[in-house]
Design a protein around this ligand. Structure first.
Ligand code: 3PG
Length: 216
């Protein structure tokens, strides 16, 4: 599946075939963005969630989108429609929000940014569902109830699938990925800050390669 421009992607479910883990990335130094993205792609991880948590985040998204065509760049930590618009303008192909609001869910549809909205409760699942979203981030996965909660949500929400994120490790990821209602999971373990600071791209490629091979 070729995902090169925003027009090519209609729905975040299109991310699923690209691999079992979406890295949650925090970029502190703009110069790290492109080599970090290249290191992840070299390890087989093309879908990258760059969080809007640092002053250089939007510039990092723009640089990756321009310089690493194999990467499918999305914006994490979308907390407002203005965030979503800025991410779209920076070349992001999708957005990820930590929680659900109708303003973000409906607004992202209007601006054409596919959204993976966060939920942690049945009520939030219902709100996201009401706006047409059935692929949801489950966040913060481990703290909010982990695998037992995902199993509980499978009953009333048989048509909903999740990307659990938050507190997941390489050791616990296969247990999450084994659930029928989990398509992928997210985590920051692929991009340790000390490896980024040291420019240890081969370590990040190795972590990406291991994550790519995870299965439930
Ligand atoms: C986050 O928002 O930082 C993500 O959920 C990543 O969580 P993790 O660091 O526990 O993987």
């Amino acid at each position: 599946m070729a995902l090169k421009t925003g027009q090519d992607m209609q729905d975040t479910l299109e991310l699923v075939p690209h691999g079992p883990v979406i890295p949650v990335i925090v970029i502190q130094r703009l110069a790290d963005a492109v080599p970090l993205a290249r290191a992840l792609v070299a390890g087989g991880v093309r879908v990258l969630e760059v969080t809007l948590r640092t002053p250089v985040a939007l510039a990092a998204m723009r640089d990756i989108a321009r310089a690493v065509p194999e990467a499918i760049v999305g914006a994490g930590t979308i907390r407002s429609l203005a965030d979503a618009q800025a991410a779209r303008d920076a070349g992001c192909l999708f957005g990820v929000s930590p929680g659900y609001t109708a303003a973000i869910g409906q607004g992202c549809r209007q601006i054409g940014l596919p959204l993976l909205p966060g939920v942690a409760t049945a009520g939030e699942v219902m709100a996201a569902n009401a706006d047409g979203y059935s692929f949801l981030k489950f966040f913060p996965a481990t703290a909010a109830g982990g695998i037992p909660l995902l199993k509980g949500l499978a009953g009333p929400f048989a048509d909903v699938v999740f990307c659990p994120t938050g507190g997941i490790t390489p050791e616990t990821a296969p247990q999450f990925l084994a659930l029928p209602n989990v398509k992928v999971c997210g985590g920051s373990w692929l991009t340790p800050q000390d490896a980024i600071d040291a420019g240890d791209w081969s370590r990040i490629t190795a972590l990406a390669r291991a994550a790519s091979a995870l299965r439930g």
